[in-house]
Design a protein around this ligand. Structure first.
Ligand code: FAD
Ligand code: NAP
Length: 478
């Protein structure tokens, strides 16, 4: 019997499941079982879902051989390329991933993409279980007129640039404007607004790219406006992000009182999980700040404005007919939980609009059953078809923080283990797959990491990320 429940697993590892991002991976499989005849497992995507699922499977089946295939030469997905650089504590889960990757029955193959270097058909032929966890790397579109205009782009592009995602450094982000508009009021929108408004000397302490700092040096941005289509009870950001917004140096938060007053009575009725953020939001919008805060905000040269009950209708070009100059918004009202557009409209002048309305997965392999509308792999509890599983944002859609992703990845890892209990064929695993002459190993990644840290030290920063695949590969070879 190899099945291990989440609770048992947590006890085995000596830590609580609700607080596992920093925990140690147990040394369970260092010695015990020879993986020769054990099941062969392929994991595709080395983000949190891939690592946590691999960790769970390795724990429950120490006889399994687990190969992790990752598109980029480097691991960690959105922990490296999504999480904001000024949230270094969130990235501590990396120490857990390192321990998983260094288990003797786990091998990392970087620079190896499903749909480019390997196919689902090959994986199914060679492995007993294939767990796809390649995330969501596209973004949702609004589908409104003018979305094609220059300087209307995805917030994801900004995230990728400040985090050094290969390929993102060439994308044009116009900060030569006074006002930036962000559509959507989730945590990604708030992260991006903060990273645009944070003073450079503060950001320098974190592992953001030199390219982003360079952009900020010439930035003219004085105001970032976040647009929410629903009311203040329907915000998607969380309390930590709101607190950071309120404390941001040289930035005054701007709320519109009239957008809060009709909903005031409902604050007390909010469910426990959301109450703290809603209470803080209403307090910030409707009450006078402490004198010290009021003075700080009065002195601030920049603004972060939260504009609610507005839906984007159209992007309007300037004189050149090519670049965005204005956004036209519908003024909305709430009827219960439903949002309705009125005939009233308003416009905001802007030189950069960022869509932050959610990420989206793609069908990386034609043989993967895929729900195009939802942008997820078709699955029931992570099961896609016999021996094929999906975990993380590819399976759930682009929602949830790392702890949520961990919880579902553990569950899907447990499903893989449960299905293997019925017995397994002797599959060849990696030795049956095509050769991968350009793949990177875990050792290669550790070498790159060291190079990044050393380069950072030279300029007094925590690290300087290498931002192109070709440079990563040439540094590995050097
Ligand atoms: P990912 O992290 O995206 O990992 C997928 C991996 O698959 C990547 O390494 C990718 O390169 C790889 N891949 C893609 N295509 C292929 C392919 N074809 N073949 C092989 N490999 C492939 N959560 C928090 O708890 N705190 C935060 O502060 C936080 N900040 C966030 C900031 C942003 C901008 C975003 C978008 C999310 C943030 N999250 C945060 C949420 C968190 O990042 C996700 O819950 C989590 O990363 C999802 O994990 P995943 O493994 O499903 O996807
Ligand atoms: P999100 O939380 O789902 O927010 C998306 C926002 O876009 C919502 O405000 C949504 O409004 C709006 N939206 C969607 N479609 C729209 C449309 N057609 N027109 C106008 N607005 C639209 O997504 P996210 O910000 O991308 O974050 C994804 C996940 O990652 C979340 O779970 C988030 O918590 C997590 N994350 C966490 C952190 C952190 O912990 N610091 C940082 C970043 C991301 P409605 O609510 O009205 O649909």
């Amino acid at each position: 019997m190899h099945r291990v429940s989440g609770g048992v697993f947590a006890r085995l590892c000596g830590s609580r499941i609700s607080n596992q991002l920093n925990e140690n991976v147990c040394n369970y499989s260092r010695s015990l079982v020879s993986p020769q005849n054990g099941p062969k497992i392929a994991v595709v995507g080395a983000g949190p879902a891939g690592f946590y699922a691999a960790q769970h499977i390795a724990q429950a089946r120490p006889d399994a051989t687990i190969d992790i295939y990752e598109k980029l030469p480097v691991p960690f997905g959105l922990v490296r390329f999504g999480v904001a650089p000024d949230h270094p504590d969130v990235k501590k889960c990396i120490s857990t991933f390192n321990k998983t990757a260094e288990l003797p029955n786990i091998t990392f193959y970087g620079n190896t993409a499903l749909g480019r270097d390997i196919s689902l058909k090959q994986l199914k032929q060679c492995y007993n279980s294939v767990l796809l966890s390649y995330g969501a790397e596209e973004d949702q579109r609004l589908g409104i007129p003018g979305e094609h205009l220059k300087n209307v782009t995805a917030a994801r592009s900004v995230v990728s640039m400040y985090n050094g995602l290969p390929g993102a450094q060439g994308v044009e982000i116009n900060l030569d404007t006074e006002t930036v508009v962000i559509i959507g009021i989730g945590n990604v929108a708030v992260d991006v607004a903060r990273l645009i408004l944070t003073p450079i000397d503060v950001l320098r302490k974190y592992d953001t790219t030199e390219d982003w700092l360079e952009k900020l040096r010439s930035s003219r941005v004085k105001r970032v406006v976040l647009i929410g289509r629903r009311g203040p009870l329907n915000i998607s950001f969380t309390v930590k992000e709101l607190r950071e917004m309120l404390k941001l140096e040289n930035v005054r938060p701007v709320f519109h009182k009239e957008q809060y007053l009709p909903f005031k009575e409902q604050v007390a009725k909010q469910e426990r999980g959301r109450k703290r953020v809603i209470e803080l939001l209403f307090k910030s919008a409707l009450t006078e700040p402490e004198p010290e805060t009021a003075e700080r905000w009065a002195r601030a040269e920049k603004e972060m404005e939260l504009k609610l009950l507005r839906s984007p209708l159209e992007f309007l070009p300037g004189r050149d007919g090519k670049s965005v100059e204005k956004i036209k918004l519908a003024v909305n009202v709430m009827k219960g939980d439903t949002v309705m557009e009125t005939k009233e409209t308003e416009e905001i002048e802007t030189g950069l609009v960022l869509r932050s309305i959610g990420y989206k997965s793609i069908q990386a392999d034609k043989d993967l059953p895929f729900n195009d509308k939802k942008g997820v792999a078709k699955n029931v509890d992570g099961r896609v078809s016999e021996g094929v599983y999906a975990a993380g944002w590819l399976a759930t859609g682009p929602r949830g923080v790392i702890v949520d992703t961990m919880g579902t990845a553990f569950k899907i890892g447990a499903n893989v283990v449960a299905d293997l209990e019925k017995g397994h064929k002797e599959n060849p695993g990696r030795s049956g797959m095509p050769s991968l002459p350009k793949s990177t190993s875990w050792k290669d990644w550790r070498k790159l990491e060291k190079i990044e840290m050393e380069a950072g030290k030279l300029i007094g920063r925590p690290k300087e990320k290498i931002t192109s695949v070709s440079e990563m590969l040439s540094k590995i070879q050097s």
